[in-house]
Design a binder for this molecule. Structure first.
Ligand SMILES: [Fe+2]
Length: 197
């Protein structure tokens, strides 16, 4: 691995990536080749920062929000399933801990992995992060449209189906995962609404 990539993982013991390093790494991989995806990612990260603060969560979902779509970067495409390609890349950089699990399993990725026949690989290589962190990240991703605009989760699912078309694996995934996505987003919304102030 080139030295300039190693610097994104500064802590050699806990191998935790900071939010700032996650943002820088994601920008390096996505901003130029995929500007629309980058707009989405920036908004997801902004929302994650707010949600993590409201719900008193760690920084992990914020770092993971920056990195969740990094597997779309053209130079990282391996299986074509971006949660797995992104998580593998982070592991190659030496990143470990909840952020990698959050990226690998983000937004019900285990269901999409099954649709793509990659469920076994995902499960054998990565462990899911704590559910409260994963649910917060799902909420942020599923309330942020492709251009970074706020969307209701149900509208987001319609948007995804429309963007990929009826026969695509992503559409099959969304149809299968919709109940879980909507229920999870609803739970986080309720938690947010219950916060004082
Ligand atoms: Fe996303």
């Amino acid at each position: 691995m080139p030295w300039e990539d190693r610097r994104y993982c500064r802590c050699t013991v806990e191998t935790v990536i900071t939010v700032d390093d996650a943002a820088e790494l994601a920008g390096k991989m996505l901003a130029e080749p995929l500007p629309r995806r980058w707009r989405h990612v920036r908004s997801v990260a902004r929302r994650a920062r707010w949600v993590a603060k409201e719900l008193a969560l760690s920084d992990d979902p914020v770092a993971a929000a920056w990195l969740h779509d990094i597997g779309y970067a053209p130079e990282l495409v391996e299986t074509g399933f971006h949660p797995l390609d992104g998580a593998r890349y982070l592991r190659r950089l030496g990143v470990d801990g909840p952020v990698v699990g959050l990226v690998a399993y983000h937004s019900c990725a285990q269901i999409e992995a099954d649709v793509r026949g990659l469920g076994g690989e995902l499960a054998s290589e990565f462990s899911p992060a704590d559910a409260s962190l994963a649910e917060a990240l799902l909420y942020c991703d599923m309330t942020t449209g492709p251009d970074g605009d706020f969307m209701r989760p149900a509208d987001r699912l319609v948007e995804i189906r429309g963007r990929y078309g009826p026969d695509h694996e992503v559409t099959r995934f969304v149809e299968r995962a919709a109940p879980e996505i909507l229920a999870t987003a609803g739970r986080v919304e309720e938690l947010l609404a219950a916060q004082p102030g």
